[in-house]
Design a protein around this ligand. Structure first.
Ligand code: ZN
Length: 192
C-alpha cells in the first residue's frame, strides 16, 4: 500500500492555505543552518521552532558531517548568508547499531530490509546482494558525544569554512524532546 495518495492529499490541503509564504525570500531569514539526522522522530521545525523561510536544514543518516553535508553548509553561508550552524545528533540513533562491516555483509547477502533484534541487524532476504557497499563509508557512530565533537571539528577545520562561523554541538533526546549540549563540541566549534 503506497502512501502516494496520502501525501498528495496532504499537499493539496497545505497549498490551499499557503497564504503569503509564496513571497518568502530565498536566503533563510534567521541566518542559520542545522545539520541533523534523518530519523523520523526528529522534526527540526518543531524542536528548534522553525517556520518556512527561517533556516537551512540539512539531513542525512546520523546528521554526519559528510562531504555532501559540508557542500550544503558552504553553499548555505557563501551564497545564502547563514552565520551560525548547529550539528544535532540524537539518542537511540540507528547509526549506533551497525558498523561498516555489518552493513557491507548485509548488503552482500541481499537487498531486502534487514531485521533489527537484540543482537543487531540480521539479513533475512534471498540474494543476490551487491559488493558495492564495500566502497561506501557509512559514517556509523560508536560514541554519540564523540561523533558530535568529530563532526563539529571536521566542519570547523574545513578549508572552505570561515573561522567566524560558530558551530554548536547538541544531542536531541528522543524520550524528552530536549536538546542537550555537548560542551566539547561547542568548544571545538567556537568562532574565531
Ligand atoms: Zn539517527
Amino acid at each position: 500500500m503506497s502512501v502516494l495518495n496520502e501525501v498528495l492529499e496532504s499537499n493539496e490541503a497545505y497549498a490551499a492555505d499557503f497564504g503569503s509564504k509564496g513571497e518568502l525570500a530565498l536566503p533563510p531569514a534567521r541566518g542559520f543552518a542545522i545539520l541533523t539526522c534523518m530519523d523520523a522522530r526528529l522534526d527540526p521545525a518543531q524542536y528548534a521552532g522553525l517556520r518556512e523561510g527561517d533556516a537551512h536544514v540539512i539531513r542525512n543518516a546520523g546528521g554526519r558531517a559528510s562531504d555532501d553535508a559540508i557542500r550544503s553548509l558552504v553553499i548555505s553561508y557563501k551564497l545564502l548568508g547563514t552565520k551560525e550552524w548547529f550539528v544535532i545528533h540524537h539518542t537511540d540513533c540507528g547509526m549506533e547499531f551497525f558498523t561498516d562491516d555489518v552493513m557491507r555483509g548485509l548488503l552482500a547477502q541481499s537487498l531486502e530490509t534487514a531485521q533489527l533484534g537484540a543482537d543487531g541487524f540480521t539479513d533475512v532476504g534471498t540474494g543476490p546482494g551487491s559488493a558495492e557497499a564495500a566502497y561506501i563509508d557509512w559514517l556509523t557512530i560508536s560514541d554519540q558525544s564523540q561523533a558530535v565533537v568529530d563532526d563539529v571539528a571536521r566542519i570547523k577545520a574545513h578549508p572552505l569554512v570561515p573561522a567566524r562561523i560558530p558551530v554548536y554541538g547538541y544531542v536531541y533526546d528522543v524520550r524528552t524532546g530536549r536538546l542537550v549540549e555537548v560542551p566539547a563540541a561547542t568548544e571545538a566549534g567556537r568562532a574565531a
